[in-house]
Write a protein that binds this ligand. Structure first.
Ligand code: DX5
Ligand code: ZN
Length: 219
């Protein structure tokens, strides 16, 4: 049976109060804390690094789902593992060494994920699908929260779900960007099972927002 997971993104949280923000997410029944690491190079924005992840780690039991929007992510894997990441997801567009970098993540003892931007075809990751625990399909262009969901990206979610079946592979399919209680239904119908939501979760009462996402999955 498919396991659905809600992964609120702390990109939209209060950066001065990560401890209490994580507690709110845990109390709301979130599955993951999605942590958006941006370097001002691969994407225009700069957010937080491994030091912040390490500071948050003792305050939360949530799965730390680290989405690295950084150039040459292979240089940073070790520090995020040491900081307490549970899943490290890296962009195929950010390194010429995606295969080796994914091997490096798994060898370090954490789950590996690969992510594709809206303009990147599934073909670009076809040969590494056996090395990953999670594939993230960006449903907006990475870099900022609060952007509009791009429905045309969902064809790639369906493509990945079919490939997974054909090739007898096992990985979660995560979507990220513009997810709310309506778009989550479309992403689920396409075959996604992990849903990142930033602005939708933090724009109101966190408990209520997470609950409405979960309810939308069971409509
Ligand atoms: C965007 C980030 C997302 C972001 C999503 O580059 O990867 O995780 O937090 O934000 P919303 O849900 O507001 O689109
Ligand atoms: Zn993200």
């Amino acid at each position: 049976m498919t396991q659905f997971k809600i992964a609120p993104s702390i990109l939209s949280a209060d950066y001065a109060n990560f401890e209490s923000e994580l507690k709110r997410l845990e109390a709301a029944g979130a599955d993951y804390a999605h942590i958006d690491v941006m370097d001002g190079h691969f994407v225009p924005n700069i957010t937080f690094g491994a030091g912040v992840v390490a500071s948050m780690r003792p305050h939360s039991k949530l799965v730390f789902d680290c989405h690295l929007m950084v150039t040459n992510p292979e240089k940073h894997i070790e520090e995020f593992v040491r900081a307490g990441a549970d899943i490290i997801t890296i962009h195929v567009e950010a390194t010429p060494h995606i295969h080796g970098a994914l091997q490096q993540i798994r060898a370090a003892g954490v789950k590996a994920g690969v992510v594709i931007n809206p303009g990147t075809p599934v073909q670009a990751i076809k040969h590494v699908l056996g090395l990953v625990d999670q594939v993230l399909v960006m449903t907006v262009n990475p870099g900022f929260g609060g952007q509009a969901f791009l429905p045309e990206t969902l064809v790639k979610v369906s493509e990945l779900a079919s490939l997974r079946e054909q090739e007898h592979l096992q990985f979660d399919i995560e979507v990220d960007g513009g997810i709310d209680n309506q778009t989550i239904k479309k992403a689920k119908a396409a075959g996604a099972n992990v849903f990142v939501a930033g602005s939708y979760v933090f724009k109101g009462d966190v408990d209520h927002q997470v609950q409405t996402l979960r309810e939308a999955l069971h409509d």
